[in-house]
Design a protein around this ligand. Structure first.
Ligand code: DHB
Length: 390
């Protein structure tokens, strides 16, 4: 049996769920499917920084106001190198801020809000293919939790199923995308300890990069640069604390039991196509950024704000021009965010074969940023996020 809806959304991550919410507010129906269970979606640990624009979209659209009460507003970050800290003051340079609020909390808020509004979300439903892509009746072919075949026909299919989903292939075909890999990764830990700093510390040291982030008064998130093939179980807790501490000279880290560890690989990717016929890609299905600077989810939100407008024009007014223009408009921000994520990454990490020249040039670059009002303002503007198309 073929079901019918206006917009079929593959993926119940931040992009898919927020899109269903914005469409619903415009009176447009959607079905959201995801291969994962609700619990998996709500507990996967991801980054924790929301741009000001992301927070405004979430709170003003009624998707999440907990971000304002439970999240922490941060008005700066610290860049540390050669053992000295340099604060980038967002409030003083660009009058904006970011919020520390973990992505899985955003997902809990979005799932709860969507279910309360009666949204059709199907957990445990795996998309197998997208068919009839270049017609005005594209179809998602999927398999349900008990192996049953599901077919959803829609006016538009949105691929919000991440970097390993099937929709990317349906849009880009054999073309793939622009791709870059990095010779390092992040070793991430979650620990039970009080915060070691009030704001985030991005630290460059001869031993490599480290990031001191927070989650709450009792739980902290920290990362240090490691080999992409590192085995997360190889180190004792003592060794992990010693490696972290060596990379943040000048701060004594508050230690505590480490209850989660993971290795995050670094990739940059932008799909060669974001739209084919009536199938469109958003979020990680369209692009991947390395984590430094926390642009991943924020970029997904920016895509969705733009796409929601384009779908309103198409489905409420019969105007397909905003959808046709979506790739070009979205890509402007995507490439700016790609650049920023690459720049923060390359400015702060130590490549395994770095020469003395490379090391000294890198410190020169860091110094050029922190000692220049304009350098600090550029970093602050990009970190807090460019304005959204609203
Ligand atoms: C976090 C992750 C990031 O990639 C980043 O740049 C800042 C914070 C985090 O998980 O807290």
């Amino acid at each position: 049996m073929t079901e019918r809806t206006q917009v079929a959304i593959v993926g119940a991550g931040p992009a898919g769920l927020l899109l269903s919410h914005l469409l619903d507010r415009a009176g447009i129906a959607s079905i959201v499917i995801d291969a994962r269970t609700r619990e998996e979606i709500e507990t996967t640990i991801r980054a924790g920084i929301l741009e000001q624009g992301t927070v405004e979209v979430l709170s003003e659209s009624g998707a999440s106001d907990r971000v304002l009460s439970v999240g922490h507003r941060h008005e700066g970050i610290e860049l540390r190198f050669e053992g000295e800290g340099h604060r980038i003051d967002f409030a003083a340079t660009v009058g904006r801020a970011v919020w520390l609020y973990p992505q899985h909390e955003v997902l809990k808020d979005l799932v709860a809000a969507r279910l309360a509004a009666g949204q059709d979300i199907r957990f445990g439903v795996t998309a197998d293919a997208v068919d009839d892509v270049e017609t005005d009746r594209p179809r998602v072919l999927a398999t349900g939790p008990d192996g049953e075949r599901i077919e959803i026909e829609a006016d538009v299919v949105v691929g919000a199923d991440g970097s390993r989903g099937v929709t990317r292939q349906a849009v880009t075909g054999a073309h793939g995308g622009y791709f870059r890999e990095y010779p390092f990764a992040w070793f991430g830990i979650l620990c039970e300890a009080p915060p070691s700093a009030d704001e985030l510390i991005y630290s460059n040291s001869p031993a490599g990069f480290a990031l001191i982030s927070q989650r709450s008064a009792t739980v902290q998130r920290m990362y240090f640069q490691c080999d992409p093939d590192e085995d997360p179980e190889r180190f004792s807790e003592r060794e992990l604390w010693d490696m972290l501490q060596e990379r943040v000279p000048g701060t004594t880290l508050h230690e505590g039991p480490i209850f989660q560890r993971d290795v995050l690989r670094f990739r940059s990717f932008v799909a060669h196509r974001l739209l084919r016929g009536r199938v469109v890609l958003v979020g990680d299905a369209a692009h991947t950024v390395p984590p430094t600077g926390a642009k991943g989810m924020n970029l997904a939100v920016a895509d969705v704000v733009l796409l929601a407008d384009a779908l309103r024009a198409l489905l409420l007014e019969g105007d397909d021009r905003p959808l046709e223009a979506f790739p070009e408009r979205a890509l402007e921000r995507i490439w700016k965010a790609q650049h920023f994520s690459w720049w923060m990454t390359s400015m702060l990490h130590v490549v395994p074969d770095a020469s003395d020249f490379d090391r000294r040039r890198q410190v020169g670059e860091l110094r050029s940023v922190v000692e220049s009002e304009h350098g600090r303002a550029y970093l602050a503007e990009a970190y807090t996020g460019w304005s959204l198309a609203r």
